[in-house]
Design a protein around this ligand. Structure first.
Ligand code: COI
Length: 359
């Protein structure tokens, strides 16, 4: 180890791995991985060194607790380098705080701020020439932590691994084409559970419904609350919004809803642009009635990967579908562009969300 970036040790072979790497032309989203990654291990009650090392496969004992009991958390954030301007990170501190909230819920150790923030910066800076430069493209950064104790006992692991991977990615977006199935049976999260934590199990729990929705001709699933199955919670792995003229509604946060960083950014940005945003309980039946009466004209979902995607229709089944009047999403597309301008550095940043990593 000869170099460091802040608290991160840079291995000699990391620099070589970056030199040897050629970026493919076709990137898609999350498929091509940067040639380096951050790695740190936790044992005996403390974190070891945080290192930038070449990307490589892991060797796991088959009894590794994560494989059996899913003691695992992750984050997702993006760096932008549009037209070679940047790189810029978007609100990484928010991801750090949410990471440690997820860690607490999943009985995992806190991560030191420097390990997370310096790690995100180091992988972005060392790979800045690998960040695609077209608008909407990004460097998708995936910090995660998982249990590494090797035994089948059901008790919290005492050892963990933290890693950060990164993926040069094209925009993850489909304009106005999302057909959504209201999931009236299965639920994503329940009170007292782990719905507000960014842990793999929440995503695993959603997959079967997604398969069934696709079979019925839909693209995504709208989740309702587990207790009454009447109130909207999330859409797939994203937060949900509905547009009523110059008012925008979104379900209020609870322990069953992920506190989305794009969600909270959109609320602030929409307020700034003159919309009133109401965070409240949202009945699915009321929403459908409002769409039928023309009161609600547009719905959209948001998340780090997609930023914002307008919704074309909501359905209870293949034969019971209601189309949104403004499926192309004029309000959502405006919010998306304004947010992207902040993220990519092409617009004002009135909230101080953009972190520049320019030399
Ligand atoms: C997000 O975009 O925020 C997500 O959680 C999607 C990601 C798991 C690909």
């Amino acid at each position: 180890m000869s170099q460091t970036y802040k608290s991160i040790r840079i291995s000699d072979d990391a620099s070589q791995a970056i030199k040897d790497f050629t970026l493919p032309e076709d990137l898609a989203f999350g498929k091509v991985m940067a040639p380096v990654m951050i790695e740190a291990d936790y044992a005996n009650g403390k974190w070891g060194d945080f290192n930038l090392v070449p990307y490589r496969k892991l060797t796991l004992d088959p009894t590794c607790k994560t494989l059996h009991y899913a003691q695992e958390i992750f984050e997702g954030l993006k760096a932008y380098h549009t037209n070679g301007d940047g790189p810029f990170l978007f609100r990484p501190e928010e991801n750090f705080h949410r990471f440690n909230l997820s860690a607490q819920r999943m009985a995992m150790p806190d991560l030191p701020r420097d390990g997370f923030m310096d790690g995100v910066e180091a992988i972005t800076k060392y790979c800045s020439h690998l960040i695609p430069q077209s608008s909407g493209d990004s460097f998708y950064i995936r910090p995660f932590m998982f249990a590494t104790d090797n035994n089948l006992g059901i008790k919290p692991s005492e050892t963990f691994k933290f890693m950060i991977l990164a993926s040069p990615s094209q925009a993850y977006f489909s304009s106005g084409s999302v057909k959504v199935l209201v999931e009236r049976n299965a639920v994503r999260a329940c009170p007292g559970g782990v719905g507000h934590a960014k842990t793999g199990g929440n995503y695993a729990a959603s997959l079967l419904s997604m398969i069934e929705a696709k079979k019925a001709g839909f693209d995504q699933v709208l989740w309702l609350d587990a207790v009454t199955k009447t109130n909207i919670e999330e859409m797939s792995g994203m937060n949900f919004f509905a547009v009523y003229g110059d008012k925008i509604r979104t379900p209020n946060l609870s322990e069953t809803i992920l506190n989305g960083i794009t969600r909270k950014s959109i609320i602030k940005l929409a307020n700034h642009l003159g919309y009133e945003v109401e965070e409240q309980e949202m009945s699915i039946d009321q929403l459908i009635a409002d769409i039928k009466e023309g009161k609600c004209t547009e719905c959209f979902a948001c998340g780090t990967a997609v930023i914002i995607t307008p919704i074309r229709s909501l359905g209870n089944s293949a034969n019971d579908i209601i189309e949104l009047a403004h499926a192309e999403g004029p309000v959502s597309m405006k919010l998306r562009q304004e947010l992207l301008n902040i993220q990519e550095g092409t617009g004002e940043d009135p909230f101080g969300w953009r972190i520049s990593l320019k030399d």
